[in-house]
Design a protein around this ligand. Sequence first.
Ligand SMILES: Cc1cc2nc3c(=O)[nH]c(=O)nc-3n(C[C@H](O)[C@H](O)[C@H](O)COP(=O)(O)OP(=O)(O)OC[C@H]3O[C@@H](n4cnc5c(N)ncnc54)[C@H](O)[C@@H]3O)c2cc1C
Ligand code: FES
Ligand code: FES
Length: 1265
Amino acid sequence: MTYVEFAVNGKKCRVDNRYPRYLSLNAYIRYYLELPGTKAMCHQGVCGSCIVMVHACRPTFGNYETFSVNSCLVLAVSCHGWEITTIEGVGSRRVGYSEVQKRMAANNASQCGYCTPGWVMQLHSLLDKNLTMAELENSFGSNTCRCTGYRPILDTIKSFAVDAPTDMLTDIEELKICNKTKKICERKCSIDSVNSDWSVIKVSSVIEIDYGHEKYIKVYTVDEIFDAIARANDHYMLVDGNTAKGVLPKLFDYPPVLIDISEVSSLKQYEFDQNLILGANISLEDCITIFTNEAKSRDDFGYLEQFRKHLDLVAHIPVRRIASLAGNLMIKHLKPEYQSDIFLLFESVGAIVTIKNCQEELALTLSEFLAHDMSGWLIINFKLPPLSPRYIYKTYKVTPRNQNALAIVNAAFNFKLNKETMLIEEATIVFGNISAHFSHAVATERYLAGRNVFCNEILSEAIRHLEQEIVPVENPPEPSPMTRKKLAIGIFYKFILSIAPPDLYPGRFSSGGTLITRPLSSGMQHYQTDPSLYPLNQPVQKLEGLIQSAGEAEYVNDIPPSRHDVFGAFVLSTVHSGRVDAFDYDILKEPGVIALLTAKDIPGVNSFAFPGIPLQEVEEEILAENEIKFYGQPIGILVAESENLAVIMADKVKVTYKDVPKALPVLTIDEAKKDPDRYKAGESDEEKIIPKGSGPNVRKIIKGKYEIGAQYHYYIEPISCVVIPVDKGLEVYSTAQWMDLVQICVARCLSMKESDVLVKVRRLGGGFGGKLSRNVQVATACAIVARNLNRPCRFILPYGTNITSMGRRVPAQCNYEVGVDDVGKIQYLKAIIIEDDGCTHNEGILSYVAGGFPNCYDSSFFSLQTGRVTTQRPSNTFNRAPGTLEGIAAIEEIMERIAFELKKDPTEVRLANMRAEDNDIPELIEKLKVQADYDKRRAEVDQFNKDNRWMKKGLHIAVMLFPVEYYGNYSAMVSIYRGDATVTVTTGGIEMGQGVNTKAAQVCAYELGISLDLVSVLPSYSFVAANNVFSGSSIVSESVSYAIQRACQTLRDRLAPIKAKLVNPTWLELIQKAGEEQIDLVAEYMMNDKDPNLQDYSAFNVTICEVQLDVLLGRFQINRVDTLEDAGLSANPAVDIGQVEGAYIQGLSYHTFENFVYDKLTGKLLNDRALNYEVYLAKDIPVDYRVYLRYNSKNTKGVLGAKTAGEMGVCTGYGITYALRECINESRKDSGYDLSVYYDFDFPRNTEAILKALDVKLSEFILMP
Ligand SMILES: Cc1cc2nc3c(=O)[nH]c(=O)nc-3n(C[C@H](O)[C@H](O)[C@H](O)COP(=O)(O)OP(=O)(O)OC[C@H]3O[C@@H](n4cnc5c(N)ncnc54)[C@H](O)[C@@H]3O)c2cc1C
Ligand code: FES
Ligand code: FES
């Protein structure tokens, strides 16, 4: 055969050599089948937005199964014989939505909605597996959501569990009979496939697709593999799951011949002789099944239970379903420093690898295998030996987050113990991620053999051996050698504690031998509503909830493709300074490459900024021409026929540079401060705080420095743009929070009239500030291509470019000196906060910093100066609560420091400093303390810390007063249609998940006195919302609501005379009459921040956070969070709960995980892969998460009594720092450190920072003292 065949939603698809060989299933579905519901973000198997469901025969067990895969990793040619179901196939408006889709929407589990189809598909793929709540909750390491904070998603997921309590179930739809199974339809298969004439063809003869110079060969037997290899002249690659490119993209530039071995059944079988013989290409998930079954029934293979648990921490289900053992080990073979979990497990039990070439077969140990040249060789199987029950076997994997992460250090211990003498007869100790050539702790193994480790002398000596032989190499972005070493030794000690007889160590040490186990998560939401106001204040489901859950909601790159489309991708600079000398245009000879555009191809102003309008101070080059400002700056645009090709080819463009200085890049505030040209002081009144005086009772003076870092927005929808030339102008579909800036800059760079540029934004898949101005660079670039070629252009930033080149949250540094009295009340405070603006000063946020800094405190004695520097990083930008977050975090550090120095309760210190006016925080603290049972839990935490040496707990109360300001101008246009009296609203407020459309519809319905279902919200258009400010910070919904209120007032005024003429008319009668009388039924209003009805106000939040820290591993769990938010009379409490939860989780993630690692020599961002910039996943959130919206609260200053909730949660995320500090303090107390020393605790508070701050001494790793 010369093609492959499979089905998508029941329709037969044939892929042959007319399609590119590298075509992913995702691109095939989206661009060829034009099914846009399946999304994509990272293209690395990490985010899960691309998940689809597959029904296919699993070669290992020989049965048909339903499972999920990441369509971004799977090649279209690898899908032969699969029945694939996309989100369109499980439910739709046309045939009815599936129960999963409905419950996702009903639970408000979809905010921006871009991640939602991925969750829905992952859940659908699990429905037939009869999983419990705990099992289901564990099955979503595959999916990331940046908006919701996961709680509502987890609630939805758990409602499908076999043990779900009945109150979790929302209405089950009418039961239907499945055409295929003739049983009750459970919507587990593709809705279309049941009516399809397609059935899976069982072929087992070689498929060969010839692309000219390249080939794809699908084989079914080992002999066929060798035939294909023989024909490939060494230029081949074997492909099974093709998932390795998710972790090592550069090593996987496909050679001319791809040999697909995914259905070579002999490589997928397993059997027992005295060993367990695992076929080389059994999938990791099938291994879990094998290990689960066999561990139970075979005494000598009890260790497989540890293997099973360990594999659960490798990648996630969709990857594990297709990822093979051999594929994993080949990554290790290609990159020996790789922390392969499979290598760790197999090496620790002495597995043997069988490899074969066309002539011979060899049995190798794993280290022999790593040294073996594998060209021409095939891994056939792995032999795992039996281990008698005298062996104690345990493994560990310490990861930056709880799921879907590579190990910081992984370890396996295999000890043969004589239980009578307690002598270790044999010790195997394997560590991963130490260095390329280190796996066994050989010296320690030797030392331990024949010794009893359960005494302090031997244990200490073993640890001394370990310390000497573990020499991790510097390998950024991996954590530092010191961290990895500490961790390795900590794990070893934990293992020893876990197997030592309990009478040999103090009771306080017992938790050291255990791991924190995460119970099933739970959530509670408390809010009040007033039905007399409905639909205002009604917790209605988000308007777009269902279509988002069904993949029907349209985002920028979902606009139907046309055959004229071209795709753009940025060529990035590989130097941090200097200029481009020349581009090598030979790239244009590559098939499918259309153009290479540079700054010279820009007819107008080469800038995507517009100095003079708010936030814009200087021009920013679309393509660097005069001066490169950072490594990774866009310098050219590669235009190609497909998205993937554009990205691949952009990376291959050769560029030479000139005037490149020798100096190292300036990457930090401290470096930049040294250069006066890089520093700019905040000079306006809004950018500083001037003290009104000082207090007389200075008892203590404290000086300190506090730093927080950058944060990538991690919106799941990448920055994207589609530009279509229409007539003489351009239609621009941009992921834009600020249409006005897009319109101005596109017109300006092309020397066009602004009136010829129409910008339209339907919705964003998350923004958080990252699409406020940074997207304009992409929009202008896309427009330049479209104009140059006169063809529609699509520009979708690949993950690496997005995280490297686009600005992030502004890092900040605060230096302070504070004088306090005996109770910690501030008598004077001198602080300076400096922000790192990146390479330009655009989007300066010093006024927000100064606004946030006082928080809820009396700032009469505060002196705050601000300043900002430029560095050689991308120009930073707004990110949820920009500036305010930094200001609040800085003052809260000072409060904590005061409490630390005075040895006082931090909440008491806070209360001593509260401001009197406009401050509800003291009252809210008291309320929440009662609701959260704080006093009792405080005592329990204190006791826990006394009772435990190696586990610690911390409990912290965080407070926030957010100064809410109205700014800018937002338009709303309300149109009533006389045929059926339905209403549309379009506004300048961009829907990006925050629910502005839903609130807009509710306000409109409320103001017109009509039912909510009569109101629809249309996309935002630049000609309606002309000149509107950006949709940023939280004030958009209120501003838009106000504009709608006023527009509705106009309509009511116009309708009043008609109404007066009719007797009790229905809405329809009224509108039809108004239509007849030619009343203008369209009203528009633009609010602006000078309106006296709109007064700034304060929003409040108090959050209590409890964490538990494993001192030996530097890993923590958030046991419980209670958060109380004052949302006023919320327009929609369900939407606001979502904002509170999502923002808070984003704040936690920022403070504890999110980090940028740069190469100090070149300025290159090193962690530019989705797997090494960690954000919170579902199992990182608080185990018990309770949210309360303040009762009986109506904002007298805001719009319709509401208070905004969009940003606030992120500001109290700082609290986790101090909950962790409490844990660390407690451990340092046990270590005997001087408690009056305020030790450094680096940002973010990740495992590395925690271990460094804990600084446990090796001499403490003992048994009975
Ligand atoms: C999101 C994500 C998270 C991950 N997390 C982890 C993790 O936590 N821990 C971890 O250890 N790994 C992790 N991985 C790596 C994962 O385990 C591997 O990608 C996977 O096992 C590779 O299997 P594959 O079948 O897809 O290999 P492929 O990608 O198909 O192939 C990889 C290489 O193996 C070669 N190969 C395959 N079979 C054979 C054979 N029989 N003989 C010789 N060569 C062969 C191929 O030629 C190719 O060079 C992760 C991967 C992803 C995408
Ligand atoms: S996992 Fe496929 S796009 Fe992210
Ligand atoms: S709703 Fe999940 S990323 Fe926006």
